[in-house]
Write a protein that binds this ligand. Sequence first.
Ligand SMILES: Cc1ncc(COP(=O)(O)O)c(C=O)c1O
Length: 706
Amino acid sequence: MSKHIRDTFAQCKLEGRPAMITFITAGFPSIEETVPLMLALQKGGVDIIELGMPFSDPIADGPVIQRANTLALENGMNLHKVLELVKLAREKGVKIPIMLMGYYNPIYRFGDKKFVEEAYNAGANGFLLCDLPLEEASHFRSICTSSGMSYIPLVAPSTTNDRLEVLAADADSFIYVVSRMGSTGSTGSLSSNLDELLKRVRSQTGTKPLAVGFGVSTREHFLQIAGIADGVVIGSFLISLINDTPKELREQRVTDYIQEIVGNRPVDISKLVINSEPVHALEGSIEEATNAFMGNGVDKFGEFGGQYIPEILHDCVKELEAAFFAARDDPSFWAEIKSYYPYMGRPSSMHLADRLTEQVGGARIWLKREDLNHTGSHKINNALAQVILAKRMGKTKVIAETGAGQHGVATATAAAKFGLKCTVLMGAEDVRRQALNVFRMKLLGAEVIEVHSGTKTLRDACNEALRTWVTCLHDTHYVLGSATGPHPFPTMVRTFQSVIGREICEEFPKIHPDGKEFPDYVFACIGGGSNCAGTFSHFIPYTQVKLIGVEAAGEGIDTNSHAATLTAGKPGVLHGAKTYILQDSDGQVSETHSISAGLDYPGVGPELASWKASGRATFLYCKDEEALEGFRILSQSEGIIPALESSHAIFKAIEIAKTLPKDKDIVITVSGRGDKDVQHVAELLPKLGPKIGWDLRIDSANQTKC
Ligand SMILES: Cc1ncc(COP(=O)(O)O)c(C=O)c1O
């Protein structure tokens, strides 16, 4: 059906005007109103409708569209219902092209080919996917072309000329030009260098129609764009207008608004025709052209990893990739990091937990003490190295996301040490739960910004950090805190954390009574995976060492209250990478729970996903009360209060140690210290304490006993 989009642009050109394109979210403000609103848009003079497929984690969208997504999901919207709406729209007389716009994960979960075919049959004409750039799109794009659908490439002010050329070759109907760096949203004015941008894009894309979006809201904007492009896209402003208008007036208001934008152009719906001829594959092999341009493509961990990011972020990750690989190969970079080892407390100590070993009565248990690092966890290894990298890149500011606050504190610390301005994004719910760490960050001179979107937790802070980064790339580095995110972050974070595993490897034969070369088991807890990747990566070639990662099973993996992503998740795309994700059957990312905020995340680093696939590491899970038991045992047997995150690994390691003979050796990375958790544990004990027989209330009757 997508010849329809081409015909529409051709017709608009014939009439000497740009195509009017509008975005609305399917299921917003209610499922029943979506089709009437589409009809109202058509009546007002809209030429193409972008129908938003709601997603729980819309990284390219500003607050208005984020809220529309949330509301539509609360209304029960999913991809099956989007298709029903498209079908209904066609039945009710929507004749203009309908493009489906959204994010890749729900489609991936639905099944790419099945979804594209069903969308075609329902009457849709094409796709616009915000997080499927050139690097990742070739498979989906070829499904679109073979199913008769258009795939619309997005270009941004940061898109380079050579990239524009390849993207233009991909465009079978038009190209969407994102007018400014940032997320969707109307700011009242258009970007001042829009003319220049359009000229540059045009110089590379030839006669392909260009439609301009992001920030458009008025007739003046429409006229300004009309002079330089072939299509004008309005999204956020329309969503706000619908939101702010009483239900009974919405359709009329929408028609009137569009009429105002298009200059009261008469609209004759009876003359609209649908060209149902499928779009044919473009001449020449796009696949080949794209591959030739990208060389070896993006580094991946088997099928996991990649760069599932909005085009607008492409520049950021490319700059970072180049800087990181140059630094990694430069001995002076490592010399500089090492010069801060005394500041960080490295090398961190490793020793036998003799009382614990005796108590357990099985394998010997050794502790790698990342809790002794400056700031109290392994997070400083990565934060400090990234801040040094940021300085090398000439950045004067850093941003970071944080959940528990440990990474926020580590980044604020490194930023203070190097004189960089630091802003930490933190979900409003986590700000409430982790008040002490918020205060620590502020003491260190960082600004803490509360994120109020979505679930108001770590994943929303990650979304917001990615959105923020694009607006300030020129002077700001994003210090991502775990082995997650788009390439090169997972590789970079693992590289900076791999000091943990390297030190274990070097130290172990020196401190083992028989000089044994390797431990038999190495344990680490997993949130996003930086502690685990850092602990394991050095051991990957030594297959005699069993690597065991421990996830947070919260209230149990058979409940909806856990964060055991590798155990209970499914492959998908989140925060720029293909990996395991906790998600529902519609591909919406699930809410998670863990006793430890640092493990409370619905994704996991892609490298860990690849270790699960290859079987090189084993992933176990540990419930809240079991972690609390691990917390108690280490505190009372060794006098070490571990972080609740680390307590997960401690509990599981003890379980395994019990089953092993005394000549076996287990190393546990104690990723952080538990001071931050003491208050939380005190609050939790009345609920969880009875499950493990732990009661710390002062018993006045026994007070005088010795
Ligand atoms: C002490 C500690 N351990 C582990 C984690 C989990 O993070 P990751 O899986 O990236 O190591 C956190 C996260 O905040 C943490 O603070």
